[in-house]
Ligand binder design. Structure first.
Ligand code: LMR
Length: 398
């Protein structure tokens, strides 16, 4: 059966962590995968999460199955975080949220749903986009198009190019949009630009599929949900949001994500949810309990929620400070041309480094970045800033 199976290359992001782990150099730094590390180089356990975890451990509840679509307290809290608790969409019963296996599981379940309702499904993704977007939608059989997004010259969004490309798409095309902290570029739309994009989506009858993996990592819970909130207020009656708590709760391995589908009516919403449950049941049956119980426990308590928001704010502020620090150190090492890093948002920066320069970073300095030049700023620390800045300045000269 397997004699002729082809060996395929490792994952462009997670494969880097494997190589990093195998690297014996003490000075190694992993700026590949999108994970926030604290100043001591550890993935933080948030206080609010620890408190719920201790309570859960003390209760030692039986381990039954969750419902197919997940823990109800979790899905309700997720809807409220995405749209705001007072959103009329929630009251109207038009929003169906399903707990998924991380943000990737949300993308995949959403892709399966859309493939069923749009048999000739085409999706347009930003150029560039997170590597796994292409893989997930490709695996479901979508035709995949790119729309212009990033301007290599300005290191920001090529907004005119983006609008022009969106206007060219056929009606019914699914458009994947990053709500905030664009992965991999760190270049985001302003609120005014979101309004323009939504007008084009509406005029051209395009279907918005929002990926929001970093809510709270740039400006705040509500601010980072601008795209979702504007869509909710718009005349677009149907759209999808894939969201994740991996980063905002520092719960990466717990795989805490959600698929949220907005339908035109409560009746349609119930039908959509029934389809999603069928997809999930045939795929992994039902989600796992622990991470969802942690998130629901935090979001369900006013005190713990406030504590979480403070901790999230601290992570966000530290990333801003690391960006500023990196830019400063790069300038000190003779590379002032990286000032744009400070204007980018979220965990990542598209550094503009070439594949050859990324290879040099790894081979000569033990610094791991994605081959496209994406670096995870949130994996830096005050201890590594100078070393990384020196190395980046060195390879960018050569
Ligand atoms: C990333 O882009 O590094 C993260 O979203 C982790 C992943 O699964 O790729």
């Amino acid at each position: 059966f397997f004699a002729d199976v082809e060996l395929v290359p490792g994952d462009p992001i997670l494969g880097l962590s494997e190589a990093y782990n195998a690297d014996s150099r003490v000075t190694k730094v992993n700026l590949g995968v999108g994970i926030y590390y604290d100043e001591s180089g550890r993935i933080p356990v948030l206080d609010a999460v620890r408190e719920v975890e201790q309570r859960l451990a003390a209760e030692a509840k039986p381990r039954g199955y969750l419902p197919i679509d997940g823990l109800p307290d979790y899905t309700r809290a997720t809807r409220e975080l995405l749209f705001g608790a007072e959103s009329p969409l929630l009251g109207a019963g038009r929003v169906a949220t399903t707990q998924t296996i991380g943000g990737s599981g949300a993308l995949r379940t959403g892709a399966d749903l859309l493939k069923k309702t749009l048999p000739h499904a085409t999706i347009a993704i930003s150029n560039p986009s997170w590597e796994n977007h292409r893989a997930v939608f490709g695996a479901v059989g979508f035709d995949i198009l790119d729309y212009t997004y990033f301007d290599n010259a300005t290191h920001g969004v090529d907004f005119d190019g983006m609008l022009a490309d969106l206007r060219r798409l056929d009606a019914g095309t699914v458009v994947l949009l990053h709500a905030c902290c664009h992965n991999p570029t760190g270049a985001d739309l302003t609120e005014a630009q979101w309004r323009e994009v939504i007008t084009v989506l509406s005029e051209r009858s395009l279907f918005p599929f929002i990926d929001m993996a970093y809510q709270g990592f740039d400006r705040g819970i509500d601010e980072d949900a601008t795209a979702v909130r504007l869509l909710a207020e718009s005349d677009i009656a149907e759209f999808v949001v894939a969201s994740s708590y991996s980063k905002s709760f520092s719960l990466y391995g717990e795989r805490v994500g959600a698929l949220t589908v907005v339908s035109a009516t409560a009746e349609a919403s119930r039908a959509v949810q029934s389809q999603i449950k069928r997809i999930v049941r045939a795929n992994y049956s039902s989600p796992s309990t622990h991470g969802a119980a942690l998130v629901a426990g935090v979001l369900g308590s006013a005190e713990l929620r406030a504590r979480w928001e403070t901790e999230l704010g601290q992570m966000r502020e530290r990333i801003h400070a690391l960006r500023a620090g990196l830019v400063e150190k790069l300038a000190e090492h003779g590379a002032p041309e990286f000032a744009f890093i400070q204007d980018q948002a979220g965990m990542f920066s598209y550094s503009g480094l070439s594949r050859a320069q990324v290879d040099r970073l790894r081979d000569e300095f033990g610094i791991y970045a994605v081959g496209t030049g994406r670096i995870c700023v949130a994996a830096l620390s005050l201890r590594t800033l100078d070393y990384v800045a020196d190395a980046v300045a060195t390879v960018s000269r050569g």
